[in-house]
Design a protein around this ligand. Sequence first.
Ligand code: MG
Ligand code: MG
Length: 259
Amino acid sequence: MIQLKSPREIELMARAGEIVGRTHLEVVRPLIEAGVTTRRIDEAIRDFVRSEGGELLFLNYHGFPAHSCISVNEEVVHGIPGDRALVSGDLVSVDIGVRKEGFCGDSARTYEVGEVSPEARHVFETCMRSLAAGIEMARPGVRLSELCGAIERVIRAEKLGLVEKYVGHGIGREMHEDPQVPNFVGPLFGRFDPELRAGMVLAIEPMVNAGTGDVRTLSDGWTVVTTDGGVSSHCEHTVAITPEGPRILTLAPGETWAY
Ligand code: MG
Ligand code: MG
């Protein structure tokens, strides 16, 4: 069942989302450079979110052993931060989930370390454009399948790999609520294709691969990688559907959405 949020609840979600946005902008982005370990980034995320009174949603989620997911190059999602040091040319997706005052925010951003390959840049830009296409459709009266189809069209047009195995989701008091938000129009919509309404809040999160959309999970039980070893990008925002249109809740204050 899709839980609608009141305007007051959306304001609370914006407070949680703002912490996520600030963590990306003020903590992660300045740390991204060759030589830094993913654990160092994770620890900085932990320290900042806690200093803001936020609860880190990924720690111990089904046993996940860190505070954020950091996925490098062929890693798609759910990468475990550790001793790996970033090198120039890496494409790094960092996913952060925070609860504050009972409500959640969830956002992943992809970062370039130094100069990345044209292929990696293409994957990243397509992921961002597909996220933007989805956000643009987050309006009352639009069918969920239309939002998902808008994401899909951007990725397919670039002939890149669309990851179908992992999907976006409703979000509120819980990180994962109904409905599922696939990045494509799949069989799900035969029976269930709700009209979007003001008060719905969705985490929209395309994952785009350079090669095929096929993925597998490493023996650590978490890290999802591309089957063909190609580079991948994951971009996500928490977006409220309001009478005025989409409101991105996981930007930092004053940050503009440029896509
Ligand atoms: Mg996320
Ligand atoms: Mg999510």
